[in-house]
Design a protein around this ligand. Structure first.
Ligand SMILES: Nc1nc2c(ncn2[C@@H]2O[C@H](COP(=O)(O)OP(=O)(O)OP(=O)(O)O)[C@@H](O)[C@H]2O)c(=O)[nH]1
Ligand SMILES: [Mg+2]
Length: 441
């Protein structure tokens, strides 16, 4: 199965928590703090790889997680950083953030890479919390959060050159003749349903040729899986239009040529803007060997060539089955491709993802006050970070947490909601009772 779109979830590593620890040495009754910092969580990184051709692998594995940072340790030892997770994708893949629908990365060259989910920062150990008034800090910073998101991978380019034409005209035969790919070739329509890709070697260079399912009249309106097929064609740079010039199935080659172009045009003018080279296939059936002298007396071919050239397209005679003319046609496709590669790329239909805005979270400091069937609840990202950094056996650390909650204004909100002295407030799985400052116990 050919896969050109996939949805996966990615998750960076969480930062390791900072460590709370104190020096323990003989004859030193109160050693200072010596808790080390936690390690950074691993990033999720996308890398373009020219050895991959489809998004097949993402069909089976959907979840990708980088390693967490390790917690800090005693004796000021740092926790190990989590390993980055490298995800290789074919050149020509678009990486799109599902939530915003924005483009995170357009992977156009081999080796190109970007970080799609940053790992959480390592938390600071208690060593870093020492101040002049606080010589023995009993808390350490929690590691930064992991980042999780859904991304859509989409192949912008499935191949450099795409074969188009009616069913049974010899598209797969050409792929088999020009590359080492072995597509199924048979004398019936729609032998090919999924694109077959082959690599054409040209001197010290190469390009990818895609054999796509045959197009029929009405494909642009969806006839015979038309939309899927036409979408594949959209993802090639140069079109090789194969026509059965012998009319072996009783159709007229000129009409065939026109009908396919009409379908391409109806689907999208992007397809009509692509350079197109026309191959007049099955000349052997017309009794032609491919020899130039032979060709000039082959009326059907000459008539077809005159018409198509009149429309401004180059025409190449061919017998894909016998191998005539294949080399010249492939050379022409290669030359055209080199020309196209010089041109600037068409503008992307996607807006760019804003990484700076993604790093800056305006919601980070908000403390949410809610009520559920079990009582009052506080939540919020910064609150959770401070909560995770709190040592509940240490009064200084607890006081810091309470002061943060008070300053956030969340208690006022809870009071407006009807909270009274003695009511329970919950943060994650921790509960405490609320009493006013001037409450008379
Ligand atoms: N005589 C002759 N037969 C050919 C030539 N090229 C292809 N054929 C035959 O035409 C039939 C169809 O060829 P395919 O290559 O499968 O055609 P296709 O365009 O890939 O067909 P679909 O995948 O069904 O769209 C096969 O029986 C081929 O052997 C040719 O140049 N001369
Ligand atoms: Mg085929």
């Amino acid at each position: 199965m050919f896969v050109d779109r996939a949805k996966i979830t990615i998750k960076s590593g969480k930062g390791g928590d900072g460590c709370v620890s104190f020096r323990r040495e003989p004859y030193v009754p109160e050693g200072g703090p010596d808790g080390g910092n936690g390690g950074k969580g691993g990033d999720v990184v996308f890398v373009a790889d020219e050895n991959l051709r489809t998004l097949m692998d993402f069909r089976y594995k959907k979840k990708y997680e980088a390693e967490n940072g390790a917690p800090g340790m005693r004796k000021k030892r740092f926790g190990k950083d989590g390993e980055d997770l490298i995800i290789k994708v074919p050149v020509g893949t678009l990486v799109i953030d599902e939530e915003t629908g924005r483009l995170m990365g357009d992977m156009t060259v081999h080796g190109q890479s970007f970080v799609a989910a940053k790992g959480g920062k390592g938390g600071k150990g208690n060593t870093c919390y020492t101040t002049s008034t606080r010589q023995a800090p009993n808390c350490a910073e929690a590691g930064g959060f992991a980042k999780e998101r859904s991304v859509i991978l989409e192949m912008k380019l499935i191949a450099d050159v795409g074969l188009v034409g009616f069913p049974n005209v010899g598209k797969s035969s050409l792929l088999a003749s020009a590359t080492s790919a072995r597509p199924k070739i048979a004398n019936y329509h729609f032998t090919t349903l999924e694109p077959n890709l082959g690599v054409v070697q040209m001197f010290d260079s190469s390009f990818v040729l895609a054999d796509i399912a045959g197009i029929i009249e009405g494909a642009s309106e969806g006839a015979g899986l038309g939309h899927d097929f036409l979408k594949h064609i959209e993802r090639t740079r140069v079109l090789l239009h194969i026509v059965d010039v012998s009319g072996s199935e009783g159709r007229d080659p000129i009409e065939d040529f026109e009908k396919i172009n009409q379908e391409l045009e109806k689907y999208s003018d992007k397809l009509t803007r692509k350079p197109q080279i026309v191959a007049a296939n099955k000349i052997d059936i017309l009794g032609c060997s491919g020899d130039p002298d032979d060709l000039e007396i082959c009326d059907e071919y000459i008539e077809f060539r005159k018409y198509v050239e009149g429309k401004g397209y180059p025409v190449y005679p061919m017998s894909a089955a016998a191998g005539y003319g294949v080399e010249d046609l492939i050379k022409a496709a290669f030359d055209k491709l080199q020309e196209v590669l010089q041109e600037p790329e068409e503008e992307s239909e996607y807006e760019m993802f804003d990484f700076a805005a993604d790093d800056y979270d305006p919601d980070y400091k908000t403390v949410y006050a809610d009520e559920d069937e079990n009582g009052y609840v506080l939540s919020g990202k910064q609150l959770l970070k401070i909560f995770n950094s709190t040592n509940f056996n240490d009064s200084g650390s607890l006081r810091y947490l309470y002061k943060y909650i008070e300053d956030s204004g969340a208690l006022e909100k809870l009071k407006d909601m009807g909270m009274d002295n003695g009511d329970t407030i919950r943060i994650e799985d921790y509960e405490f009772e609320y009493y006013d400052e001037d409450y008379d116990y």
